[in-house]
Design a protein around this ligand. Structure first.
Ligand code: 2NL
Length: 356
């Protein structure tokens, strides 16, 4: 019996993994294990022999079971120790920097403007940035000799030698999108057209690519009064305070009559505030769509009329967020944004920006 005990205690101590431990257990205590067979022999013994062998075998069985469990635990602990030695982590290392991405102010303002006009029943229309000069100029009643059509002001696409088709242009406004949408959908219609436009201009207040929103409402009996109400609703929502507007007579080839629109503002220590004071700041051009433009877009001006307006997104972004130089929008260094406390840097999405 002592031999048996020694043999299995040694085997258990030498078992290198759980599989080996299980093999030892089966050899000793399994159905056909050596200890189990010995216990079965108890029946054939005399009562005197059994009284000695029985408790001894039971004790052996218990001792082997305990040794098996202890060995299993020890192996598990050793494995954990080994893992902990290999998989350490230095939590004092400086964190890896993540690139600071954020919504561009132009995108954010476009979203704000779109949400406000959506609440007024306008949907968004989009179109190509490379246009024919029909959609960009002629359809809008802009004559061939108009200065806006000069190479000085407009980017014309290069043509192959001998190609005498009218050159394609980079759209100078989003009006061509409105012509295309009127053609496709007819009247009545209420749309805004936000997007990038191009003009050959570069200084403190002009960049060769900038962003515009144009708006268009065509129906029976639309007047300048509807235009004024829509614009005042828009500016009041956009600036978050009651904003008065002032209309001044103007001229555009595509509207008649035409008006430049100012918003009420104050000048205080070199900064402009919209919605207070008794100064005025020009923010957009507008008017009643010229009958020629309606006809060019397939709409009968005797039946339908409407208003249109156009404004620079960059400009109204500057007015709301106080950015001094238009070029800042296209500068790759974004520190100026933080300097002016622009909110898009601090918020992952637009959720906070549209609540007004
Ligand atoms: C400005 C002037 C304006 C329009 C844009 C427009 C579009 C169609 C028909 C008639 Cl399809 N008009 N757009 C009208 C008046 C002014 O923009 O100074 N924008 C910055």
């Amino acid at each position: 019996m002592d031999d048996l005990k020694q043999k299995y205690l040694t085997a258990i101590a030498e078992a290198a993994d759980e599989g080996a431990i299980e093999e030892v257990r089966l050899a000793a205590l399994g159905k056909k294990g050596e200890v189990s067979l010995k216990m079965r022999e108890l029946g054939k013994m005399s009562p005197e022999e059994r009284q000695v062998a029985g408790p001894a075998l039971n004790a052996l069985k218990d001792e082997l079971n305990s040794a098996l469990i202890a060995r299993k635990t020890a192996l598990g602990d050793a494995a954990l120790e080994e893992r902990l030695r290999g998989e350490w982590l230095d939590v004092t290392l400086p964190a890896r920097r993540r690139p600071a991405g954020s919504i561009h102010p132009i995108s954010q303002v476009t979203e704000e403007v779109t949400a406000i006009f959506a609440s007024l029943g306008f949907s968004v229309a989009e179109g190509p940035r490379i246009e024919t000069d029909w959609y960009n100029f002629d359809a809008l009643n802009i004559p061939g000799h108009h200065p806006a059509r000069a190479e000085m002001d407009t980017f014309y696409m290069a043509r192959a030698e001998g190609d005498n088709r009218p050159p394609a242009v980079l759209r100078t406004h989003t009006s061509p999108v409105q012509i295309r949408t009127m053609e496709k959908e007819g009247a009545p219609i209420r749309i805004i057209c936000p997007g990038g436009v191009y003009r050959a201009d570069y200084d403190q207040t002009h960049t060769p690519m900038f962003h515009q929103v144009e708006g268009l409402a065509i129906d029976k009996g639309i007047s300048m009064a509807n235009l004024k109400w829509v614009l005042e609703e828009f500016f009041t929502a956009y600036f978050g305070t009651e904003v008065k507007t002032r209309f001044r007579a103007s001229h555009f080839p595509f509207t008649e009559p035409s008006a430049e629109v100012d918003v009420q503002c104050s000048w205080d220590g070199g900064t402009v505030k919209v919605g207070e004071g008794d100064d005025w700041l020009e923010v957009l051009g507008s008017g009643m769509v010229h009958p020629n433009v309606l006809r060019n877009a397939g709409i009968d001006p005797a039946e339908y009329q409407g208003f249109a307006f156009g404004m620079g997104i960059d400009r109204i972004a500057m007015l709301k967020y106080g950015i001094p130089d238009l070029r800042a929008f296209f500068d790759s260094d974004l520190r100026w944004l933080r300097h002016y406390g622009f909110s898009a840097l601090d918020q992952p999405g637009l959720a906070g920006g549209l609540s007004r």
